[in-house]
Design a protein around this ligand. Structure first.
Ligand code: PEP
Ligand code: MG
Length: 315
């Protein structure tokens, strides 16, 4: 009955053959942690730290940050929590980090570029994260946004290590980074694909512009081929490749992403149940075949239909 179903334990994310696919939460505030746990999040795949400071005119203090990160990590003892350092710029400008006079802010000094230009702010954030990590029992991973070069990836790994961060990685949101994923992963502990920005930059279409919304579709085979590049690099280097863009919340696309080599999926907590149920309908060979069908299409709609057809016999 309903009450029994509601109280039944939620299983960890997996394919029908038992292949684990950890299902993680995207969060922008530690206040969302309890709900995410109740919905079965096995950890956090993306904590967007910039959301805490969108209305701040001054850089947050180490103490203020330590308190927020500690609250987050305390909700996930023994679990993986991936925190992204400030991703300031474009759709999320921070008054204390960004120059508001850029004509093309999505192509400007944003993400890791902005943090390097104000390295004290990055160092303070890493200090606060290391303090929160030392005081709690979660498995903290830290990643850099908008990485475009191998040099930026190794810069970030080195500076994170200076603060005792054990697991340092990069977001793959720029096509250049996807294409060089094997080189990037050689100097990083993990990658997490941000499909929102990866789609925007692959299709050259502003993700905030209504008139180009038709281009902002992560099913586009050009986007899927870039994701495959990263998944393959993850397999050859033995490094984890997560997905933390909105694409992971689309149940059939989640199956495709696993078939392309994603080892975990992170999404809005309300999407977890549907994705969990759909993954359980396919084994890894099915996921590979469904992904292969999508890759050979020549449009986003074509890829969606090809994947639905490849998935249909099992449904
Ligand atoms: C992304 O770009 O897909 C991502 C997860 O980061 P954000 O949406 O915060 O830019
Ligand atoms: Mg992004």
């Amino acid at each position: 009955d309903r009450a029994e179903a509601a109280s039944a334990p939620i299983t960890d994310g997996a394919l029908s053959d038992g292949t684990p696919v950890p299902l993680l939460a995207n969060l922008g505030n530690p206040a969302g942690a309890a709900d995410a746990v109740a919905l079965g999040a096995e950890g956090v795949g993306l904590f967007r730290t910039e959301f805490l400071f969108l209305s701040s005119s001054q850089a947050p203090t180490v103490e203020e940050q330590r308190a927020s990160y500690t609250e987050l990590l305390e909700a996930f003892p023994g679990k993986k929590v991936v925190v992204r350092v400030l991703d300031a710029g474009a759709d999320k400008p921070l008054a204390f980090l960004n120059d508001s006079h850029e004509e093309n802010p999505a192509l400007g000094v944003r993400g890791i570029r902005a943090l390097r230009a104000s390295e004290d702010i990055l160092r303070e954030q890493l200090t606060a994260l290391a303090q929160a990590d030392a005081a709690t029992a979660a498995d903290l991973w830290v990643m850099a946004p908008m990485v475009a070069t191998v040099e930026e990836a190794s810069y970030f790994t080195e500076i994170a290590r200076d603060y005792g961060i054990k697991t340092a990685g990069v977001m793959v949101e720029v096509p250049a980074t996807a294409l060089l994923a094997d080189r990037v992963l050689a100097v990083s502990d993990f990658a997490s694909i941000g499909t929102n920005d990866l789609t925007q930059y692959t299709m050259a279409a502003d993700r905030l512009l209504g008139s180009t919304a038709g281009f902002q579709d992560p099913w586009h085979p050009a986007v899927l081929r870039l994701i495959r590049e990263v998944g393959t690099a993850g397999q050859t280097t033995g490094k984890p490749v997560g997905i933390c863009g909105e694409a992971a919340a689309d149940p059939l696309l989640a199956v495709v992403l696993v078939g392309l080599g994603a080892t975990s999926l992170s999404m809005a907590p309300t999407a977890l149940a549907d994705v969990r149920a759909t993954l359980l309908q396919y084994n890894f060979d099915d996921a590979r075949a469904i992904a292969e069908a999508a890759l050979t299409a020549d449009s986003a709609d074509g890829a969606r239909i090809a994947a639905q057809q490849a998935a249909a016999p099992k449904k």
